[in-house]
Design a protein around this ligand. Structure first.
Ligand code: FMN
Length: 194
C-alpha cells in the first residue's frame, strides 16, 4: 500500500493552514488505495537547519534529522499544503525540505495553496522549482483557495464545497497513481542516490 503524507506549511498561532490540511487529510483517509498521514510541522518542530554536513552527504548527526529522514523515506507521495508569504513559500516548509535530500528523490508531489487573489500560486511556483532540485516530480494538479477569508463562517471555519472535494479526489487519483509508478521505478534503480 502506498503511503501519502499531507504536510502542513505553516506553524503560526491562528494559522489557516491546518484547515485545508485536515480537510484534504480526511478525504485522503477515506480512500482505500493509499495509507495517509497528516504530518504537522508544528509537531515535528524542527529547529532551523543545524546539521554540520549538507544532506547530500547523508551524514546526519541529530536525532530530529534522523526521525524526519525516516518519516520522509517511508513515504511514496506528498501533498504540500502551503501558504504564500511575500510571494513565496513559508520558511518553515523550506527548512523542512532543506533538511533532507535523497529521501525526496523520485517521489510525486501535489499542492494545496491559499492566500489573496493569487491563491498561493506564487508559493507553489517556487515549490515547483525546488522540487526539481530534490528530484521530486511535481504533478500539474493543485487546489487553490484565493481570498479564503471570504468563505469563512462566523466561527472562522472555511466552507469547503462538493466541487472542492471532487477536485481533491481527482488530485489524489493522480498522486496515488504516480506514487505507485515511481515506487516501481525506484525499485529498479541500481543506486537510488543517483
Ligand atoms: C509574512 C506574511 C507574508 C504574506 N505575504 C502574502 C503574499 O505574498 N501573498 C498572499 O496572498 N498572502 C500573503 N500573506 C497573507 C496570507 O495569505 C495569510 O496571512 C494566510 O493566512 C497565511 O497562512 P497561515 O495563516 O496558514 O500562516 C502573508 C502573510 C504573512 C504572515
Amino acid at each position: 500500500m502506498n503511503k501519502i503524507i499531507i504536510l502542513t506549511g505553516s506553524v503560526r498561532p491562528g494559522r489557516f493552514n491546518i484547515q485545508p490540511a485536515r480537510w484534504i487529510y480526511e478525504i485522503a483517509h477515506k480512500r482505500k488505495d493509499a495509507e495517509s498521514e497528516l504530518v504537522d510541522l508544528q509537531k515535528v518542530n524542527l529547529p532551523f537547519l543545524d546539521e554540520p554536513v549538507p544532506p547530500s552527504q547523508n551524514k546526519y548527526s541529530k536525532d530530529h534529522t534522523k526521525e524526519w529522514s525516516q518519516k520522509v523515506n517511508e513515504t511514496d507521495g506528498f501533498v504540500f499544503v502551503t501558504p504564500e508569504y511575500n510571494h513565496s513559500l513559508s520558511p518553515v516548509l523550506k527548512n523542512a525540505i532543506d533538511y533532507l535530500f535523497f529521501e525526496w528523490h523520485y517521489k510525486p508531489v501535489v499542492f494545496v495553496s491559499y492566500g489573496s487573489l493569487a491563491g498561493g500560486t506564487r508559493a507553489v511556483e517556487h515549490l515547483r522549482s525546488i522540487a526539481a532540485e530534490i528530484r521530486m516530480y511535481d504533478l500539474r494538479e493543485q487546489i487553490m483557495f484565493p481570498n479564503y477569508w471570504d468563505n469563512l463562517d462566523e466561527n472562522g471555519i472555511y466552507q469547503f464545497t462538493e466541487e472542492h472535494e471532487q477536485l481533491a479526489n481527482r488530485m489524489l487519483d493522480s498522486l496515488i497513481f504516480w506514487s505507485q509508478v515511481m515506487k516501481d521505478a525506484r525499485a529498479k534503480l541500481s543506486n537510488p542516490q543517483e
